[in-house]
Design a protein around this ligand. Sequence first.
Ligand code: PBG
Length: 324
Amino acid sequence: MPFPATRMRRLRGTDTFRALVRETELSPAHLIMPAFVIAGEGIREEIPSMPGVERYSISNLVEHAGEVVAAGIGTMLIFGIPADKDEVGSGAYDDEGIVQMAVRALKEAHPDLTVITDVCLCEYTSHGHCGIPDADGKIQNDLSVELIAKTAISHADAGADAVAPSDMMDGRVGAIRFQLDEEGHPDVPILAYSAKYSSAFYGPFRDAAESTPGFGDRRGYQMDPSNAAEAVREAELDLEEGADMLMVKPATPYMDIIRRVKEATGAPLAAYHVSGEYSALKAAALNGWLDERQAVLETLTGIRRAGADAIITYYAKEAAGWLQ
Ligand code: PBG
């Protein structure tokens, strides 16, 4: 029945009515806090292109994790920045590597914190690519997958609660699942960066992780921003290979992808609100151009409404504070 019988504003009139009919919920339980751990001691340094985000050495990371947990966030995603890099990213699959040591320290200090590790080679390779290049600079898929699977196993051995491959090589989810099962980790889930786009919004992360490619770019393995049907295929392949949870990344420029992947697969889905999305909001907020709290909560609610179950965001700790 049209107006005046129907008045959409009736249920917008009070907080109670609005809460009764709210379709999307956002709570700290949906948020995952990423963190960078760097080799060394007593380090806590701000990332210039990501105000409010710091890189921590292990003991400082453990302290930071305590604050994250106290804010009501139960899950962190860990990225490592090693002291040394080489052509084959040896630091990534070193049992005494930066992430492996950080995971042990985190789990010892905060046994209830769920620790997910980013599994990739780009922070550990001298050329900054997510795999191993051949003589012509092309990233070799199958060789890279072997090293990536090895990395995932060493993270699980160190106590990671889940592993998240972000390299976009073909077949890596299957290889990781097979080896996790072989090596006694049948219960460690895989959060697959399924639809990871070749995005300008990773710029600040690459400063933070020192992982800008030394030559070329990542378009030979990350997805073309113009494609959507391909994201659904990626998601389906990852599920067939044994992914437990999927990811779309970045989030806000790819809301349609979040929706499509969720509807096509019905699988648990995370969206990564990446470094550049964080920095854009933070810069506007620092300039007084946006109300930070409202803009951030609106953004995160939008990502949930699009279909994401979980959101990885550098705002997780702050947002948890606002939501409480
Ligand atoms: C590593 C990786 C990247 C991000 C997450 N894992 C960078 C990249 O692919 O260049 C980006 C995260 C962010 O921008 O916050 N492969």
